[in-house]
Design a protein around this ligand. Sequence first.
Ligand SMILES: [Zn+2]
Length: 454
Amino acid sequence: MSYTIRAQQAVLPGHEAPVPATIVVKAGKIASVVEGEASGDAAGEVVDIGAGRVLVPGLIDSHVHLNQPGRTAWEGFATGTAAALAGGVTTLIDMPLNSIPPTTTVANLGEKRQAATATGVRCDVGFWGGIIPGNAGDLKPLLAAGAKGFKCFLIESGVDEFPCVGEADLIAACDALQGTNALVMFHAELERVPGSHSHAQPEAYATFLASRPPQLELDALSLILSLARRYPSLRFHIVHLSAADALAPIRAARAGTDGGAPVANLTVETCFHYLTLAAEGVPDNATSYKCCPPIRPEANRQLLREAVIDGTIDYVVSDHSPCTPELKKGDFMSAWGGVSGLGFGLPLLWTEFGREVPLPRVVGWLSAAQAAQVGLAGTKGEIRPGADADFAVFDPDASVEVTQADLLFRNKQSAYIGKTLRGRVDRTYLRGEAVWDADDAAGSLAAETRGQLL
Ligand SMILES: [Zn+2]
């Protein structure tokens, strides 16, 4: 089946601003892209995106915890992928922990895939593997079985079945992966002197913030940089960077001005919440803001913003990591950590950056940069011939207040409830099929699941 999309504004590769374009979709792929006002080569039905709307590539979120099987009460394939589509996210990559079993062996990856297939997924889903003590021998087989790379923790993860690793475990893992160009990702907090912080006034955000100081991220960074230099045939990645103090050493390592060789194999992500929320605005006991590393003060947020704009930080993810309401109850020191934000990336970042950064750059942080990271460049994340026909239709001028009723997550909690955001995803297309219409949420959710496992 073929049809044609006409857009007065489309985000295309190589353009600093949206441009008019005519796109022919054939059998779920982009067959052609012609720039300029209404060109002659329409095929089949013509879908007009409409005035004031921008056609953007389907977004990618490479840091999502879906937790199924095992902790499906926290989040699952059905609800998580619905929330993704509602935000224009057509591809997500699932983290290896919080599900039981965790994705640390080929058999466990098989259980994940089986659960996803049985439940059905609304968007495309790929899987990260995990590095835990003793599983170095499982890593190459996991890579061969389709894992997109490997995540590990340098500090306790919060769940018993995904223990953190030390330097010896990492050397064993990197030795096992030598020569594969695999991506090794770090929860980059390292506590050299565990448990030395105060628990007094656990209702105050400042108490929690003081328990996870930037030094933890700096100590983790120095270990990661030593591994990056020791294993140039592997790629290393810092997930959810929060401490702006780490930016100068990252820049120096890349430039080779820190006394070592220039580091070319390190990438860095940060999250929507570190760029749009600040410690000063967190009320007492507002545990929906609790995550690790923590949301830090406003001055830190400003430095992270600059680092995204100047490219020190490569891209931005949700780190959507929900749990049950029971586990979010209580104070900052006892509640489960994790911010729910899957699908809110484009309006959040457009609200935050739209006055100084053109839309194609913001979209790039949420699409092409992540496609390249997970080996999907050319297939996902850009509107170009040969790629999957994944799109979102974005209204950049809409003003929308986030309400609890809008949340499609399994658990309707989020630090973003009550915030007014600029921009709305009106529709989402997956492999050429319309799979989400914001004005017909019930109808969209009733439709069959069309996502695939990547
Ligand atoms: Zn995470």
